[in-house]
Design a protein around this ligand. Sequence first.
Ligand code: FE2
Length: 428
Amino acid sequence: MLDLIIKNTNLPDGRTGIDIGIAQGRIAAVEAGIEADGAEVIDATGRLVSPPFVDPHFHMDATLSLGLPRMNVSGTLLEGIALWGELRPILTREALVERALRYCDLAVSQGLLFIRSHVDTSDPRLVTVEAMLEVKEKVRPYIDLQLVAFPQDGYFRAKDGVESLNRALDMGVDIVGGIPHFERTMDEGRQSVEALCRIAAERGLPVDMHCDETDDPMSRHIETLAAETVRFGLQGRVAGSHLTSMHSMDNYYVSKLIPLMAEAQINVIPNPLINIMLQGRHDTYPKRRGMTRVKELMEAGLNVSFGHDCVMDPWYSMGSGDMLEVGHMAIHVSQMAGIEDKRKIFEAITVNSAKTMGLEGYGLAKGCNADLVILQARDPQEALRLKANRLAVIKGGKLIARSAPRVSDIFLAGRPGSVDASAYAPKA
Ligand code: FE2
C-alpha cells in the first residue's frame, strides 16, 4: 500500500522516466510504471528528483547577524573573527535561537535538510551551545542538525578554551572541533590536534576541524590531523574543513600528503564561497584562489563535500542557504566544468556530504528514508547551472515546502511552456 507516488522523474544517476513509490515514510519502490489505488500522485514531468541537499559545514550561531554590532569594513577573515569577538559578549540565547530558526525555515525552502554546524565554545557562558542544542531539538522534525564544539579563539589560546570545549561536549554537542592554525604557535597548533583527537577517541566522537584556513603553505596541520587519525584509530570519522593552505603548498610535499590523507580516510570539506572571498587577501597580483585541491583529492579517492560555511554573518555578507550556489562556485573555482566533473560536484553537495555526516537511510534507493527534492531542472548539470528552483521538498513522505515554477528557468531549460504549476500542488 503506497501513500505517495512521484511519477516521471529523472534521477541523478541518469535514469529517466522513473516512478518513486513511498510508503510509511520510506521509499518502497524505484521503477517505471508504478500504480497504486488511493496513493497521492505528484507528476514530476521529467524533472530531476534528488535526495535533499546536505551542508556539512555551517555556523548556525552566527548566521543572520550581519551588521551586529557593526559591519566588517575590510571584509577579511581576521576582521570577521574580531567582529564576532565584539558581538559574542552581547549574544542572548533568545536572539540566537530566533535567528537560527529563521535560517532553518530558509534551508527547508531550499531543500537543505541536513546541516552540520560549528558552535563557538570560546565564551565560557556557552550561551551559543545552549541555544544551538535548543534549536537542534526544535528543528528535529524537519532538519537533522549536528553540532561541532568549535574553539573559535583557539583551544589553547583562548582563556578557558580547554574547559569550555569539554563542557560543551558534556552538554551533548556531537563532534570535536578545532582550529590549529589559529593557536599561538605552529607547535601549539600541533598539540591541539593531538589533544582533540585524543578526546574524540576517549569519548567515541567524530572530529571536524577548521584546518589550515590560511594561504601560508607552511600551515601543515592537516598532516598532523591525518597522522593522529591513524594513531587513534579514527579513520573515516575525521573531517578537515577548509584546507586552503593546500592551494599554496609545494607540489612535491602534496604528493606525499594526499596519500596520507587517503590512508586516514579524511573527509575533506572545502567552502568555495567563503574560500574564494577570504583567501588571497595578502596577495597583490596574481591573487591566489585559496581553494584546496578538489579535483586531485577526489581522484585520490578522498570523500570531498562542500560546505556553505556562512550566510549573512561577520565573515560573509551574502548567501541564501542554497547548496546549488555553493556547487556553482565550486565548478568555477575548481575549474571542474566537464559533464563528469559537474556530476561529481553535485555528489559533493548530496551523497558525499551525507557520508561526511554519517547519515543513515539517505538516498533514493528502496528502503531509504522518503526525503527528496523535486528540482526545476532535467539533470544535475542543469540544476547547478540554473541554481534550480525547488518545486517540492519532501521529508518522510510528506510535502513540507513547494514553490511555483520559475519562468526564467522554463526558458533557460529550453522547454517553454512545458511545466504545469498545478502538477506540484498537493491534493487536498
Ligand atoms: Fe567555518
